[in-house]
Ligand binder design. Sequence first.
Ligand SMILES: [Zn+2]
Length: 200
Amino acid sequence: MLSDGIALRLYSDEKQFPKKHQLRIDFDNGTSLFASVQMYGFLEAYSGESDNPYDQLARTKPDVLSDEFDFSYFKSLLEGVDKARLSAKAFLATEQRIPGLGNGVLQDILLYANMSPKRDVKALSDDELLELFHAIKSTLGKMTAQGGRDTEKDLFGQPLGYKTIMCADTYSLPCPRCGGLIRKEAYLGGSVYYCEECQR
Ligand SMILES: [Zn+2]
């Protein structure tokens, strides 16, 4: 079990082993797993089945980057929502509907989808839904390939490789696309950052 604020990485070269860490597990194949708590967080080891409801729910759902998470699966998530209206943030980043997609990664996804966090996803056309689906896949793919967002740090205290476009560090800067103002607002628990011109 892992909370926010934990850096976790597997190393195979002893020269790269981080000095500061709270957990080290050496494996028979010569690799070692290191974990470091960066602000506040926890690591817990269990034997048997986890009874954490978030964990249990996440295990029943496909990973966003897997082939199982395809456009028809994505559409089925929306069809399963029993509400007349639902904002893009509520749909994508609440109720563990898509495990792994939280408020932190949501901002850049919505920029790439040209979509406001408040847009009613129940009223989207198939083309707009497809654009949103591709933005989720490609943005999370990029973040994963580059080791995570630069708003988080690795075990050496260095920012991770993905350059976050919409976040607390950049919102006072002009929008990288249109030069307009990036807005910051508290919305559905946590801040949202978006460009009113590019994201409708
Ligand atoms: Zn813009």
